[in-house]
Write a protein that binds this ligand. Structure first.
Ligand code: GAP
Length: 512
């Protein structure tokens, strides 16, 4: 655990040192839970967006994109339920004065019990070796069964109390489980209260309720209110999807853990409109498709797990998270939600406009059901950065820090380096960049020894480094070094494009 906390600190330090992420308004000592993406961070973020957009919009003929405004008519948020129900149940510890989400405290307690079970299984696996039957052990071992029962009963109580908005019941559960504040170690808790997470502001100069507008807490509503616009103008036939990338804002109370939970963040959301009754089939389809999208990046399958929700958002009848093993442990990276016809029906009711689809095959009008996929761009960024960050000891005993960022996402694709600053080598290096720059972001670097320059490129995740030396001037060959294997080979300049393309292209990522 300590090691993992160190990893988060190292990643934050590295991200700042190399221009990936800076604290926002740093010269004024920063602003809590807001961050700025630096010169390399902006590139990585854009590449993640492109990976998502291409795989959603470009690779699916029945999904189109949209870019709706952040400000929306205030009634949108009444209709969507966010004014009344976009709340977190919060509890304060009177001794540490720290505020927590009550459901998160309970979930963390359940996670500890789950870890006990896993330890028990690991111990038994070691003891019995090849003869170990994990499924049978889990089904029969008394300790495992007792702990599993505990989890189920806590889950049941949590679901019931939260669904019934029984805040006293939630507090009672925290007391019964003897949950202590991680800071003060005491059980001196306040009552549980609901807190709305939307930011509001005034539009125009007229004071009063009519001019109060909200900063959108999710991008999804911009899609719902444009459902008919897109369906009609795009001649879309159900099932079809509308995708959007954009900023969202939430007044998170427990905002921490770097860019994992921020007050201003970016979402990549897709609403998939389906026939009523077919939503569970599509929900399962998108759960599998989205997990596959993540795994294709090659960060390692062990980083992912699925978690079906107990506490459903006010709009969902089924929901599942794809969790990622961040430096802080497994946490939500993406949500897949079956939103039923809740949003469109609400908007019909509040706007008085019909939001229906005429299904020519069924010869029937209906309000479509919706399956949503929603991934946080900043969380994707943290996932890629933390899983790519490696401190390696090399064969000769030296060390290097390398970011093994999936090549298609890497900020710079290739660095071109003249061996020396004279003899026409810089000019030759720049001529190579002038050819490659149409397709790839290239970096020119002539400072320090070649070894140091390689280390700098490793530290920012550049997949290839190309060195121009005196032989280059004679035969138009260069050495190309691979970031991951550190292998260097001599190749004709004319081959560079093909070699780089094979590794960094979108095709290589999307087609595998
Ligand atoms: N439209 C559905 C929706 O907004 P959500 O589970 O509340 O669902 C979706 O959010 C995703 O947005 C999350 O899985 C997470 O990746 C990201 N997200 C949510 N709150 C965030 C925050 N405060 N900071 C960064 N990312 C956040």
């Amino acid at each position: 655990m300590e090691q993992k906390e160190d990893l988060l600190k190292e990643v934050i330090g590295h991200a700042k040192e190399y221009g990936f992420v800076f604290p926002s308004s740093e010269i004024y000592d920063g602003l809590a839970a807001t961050y700025d993406y630096g010169q390399l961070g902006a590139e990585l973020k854009n590449n993640i967006k492109q990976y998502w957009w291409k795989s959603m919009v470009q690779m699916n003929e029945n999904i189109v994109g949209l870019d709706s405004s952040i400000f929306m008519h205030p009634t949108v948020w009444k209709a969507s339920g966010h004014v009344d129900a976009f709340n977190d149940p919060l509890i304060d510890n009177k001794d540490s004065k720290k505020r927590y989400r009550a459901d998160v405290l309970i979930e963390e307690h359940m996670e500890k019990i789950l870890q006990k079970i896993n330890k028990e299984v690991e111990k038994a696996a070691k003891k019995f070796g090849d003869a170990f039957d994990e499924a049978q052990f889990r089904a029969t071992n008394p300790n495992v069964l007792r702990n599993q029962e505990k989890i189920t009963s806590i889950e049941d109580r949590m679901r019931t109390t939260l669904e019934n908005n029984d805040l006293d019941g939630v507090k009672q559960l925290i007391e019964d489980l003897e949950i202590v504040c991680p800071i003060s170690g005491t059980r001196n808790w306040t009552e549980v209260r609901q807190f709305n997470l939307m930011f509001s502001t005034e539009m125009g100069s007229v004071a009063g309720d009519a001019s109060t507008i909200y900063l959108r807490p999710e991008t999804a509503q911009g899609i719902f209110v444009n459902f008919l616009n897109v369906q009609k103008t795009g001649r879309m036939k159900i099932p079809f999807g509308i995708a959007q990338i954009g900023k969202a804002f939430r007044n998170e109370i427990v905002a921490r853990q770097f860019i994992f939970r921020m007050r201003e963040f970016e979402q990549m959301e897709m609403q998939f409109f389906v026939r009523p009754g077919e939503e569970m089939q599509w929900y399962n389809h998108w759960k599998a498709a989205r997990l596959n999208w993540h795994k294709k990046l090659g960060l390692g399958d062990q980083y992912y797990r699925e978690h079906d929700h107990i506490k459903l958002a006010h709009y969902a009848n089924a929901a599942s998270d794809i969790e990622f093993d961040f430096p802080m442990g497994f946490k939500e990276l993406e949500g897949i939600h079956s939103r039923t016809d809740f949003d469109l029906k609400q908007h019909e009711q509040y706007s008085g406009k019909k939001l229906q689809y005429f299904d020519t095959e069924l010869n029937q009008n209906y309000v479509p059901y919706v399956v949503e996929t929603s991934v946080g761009l900043d969380r994707m960024f943290l996932a890629v950065l933390s899983a790519s960050y490696k401190n390696e000891v090399l064969e000769d005993g030296s060390e290097r820090v390398v970011l093994t960022i999936p090549p298609a996402l890497a900020p710079y694709k290739v660095a071109v380096m003249p061996l020396t600053k004279k003899d026409g080598l810089p000019e030759k290096a720049r001529a190579i960049i002038d050819e490659l720059k149409f397709d790839y972001l290239c970096q020119y670097d002539e400072k320090d020894s070649i070894g140091k320059r390689y280390r700098r490129q490793d530290a920012i995740g550049t997949p290839f480094s190309v060195t121009v030396d005196h032989q280059t001037l004679e035969d138009n060959t260069v050495t190309i070094r691979d970031r991951d294997t550190m292998e260097q080979i001599r190749v004709p300049i004319a081959e560079l494009h093909t070699r780089i393309e094979a590794k960094v292209s979108w095709r290589s990522l999307l087609a595998n």
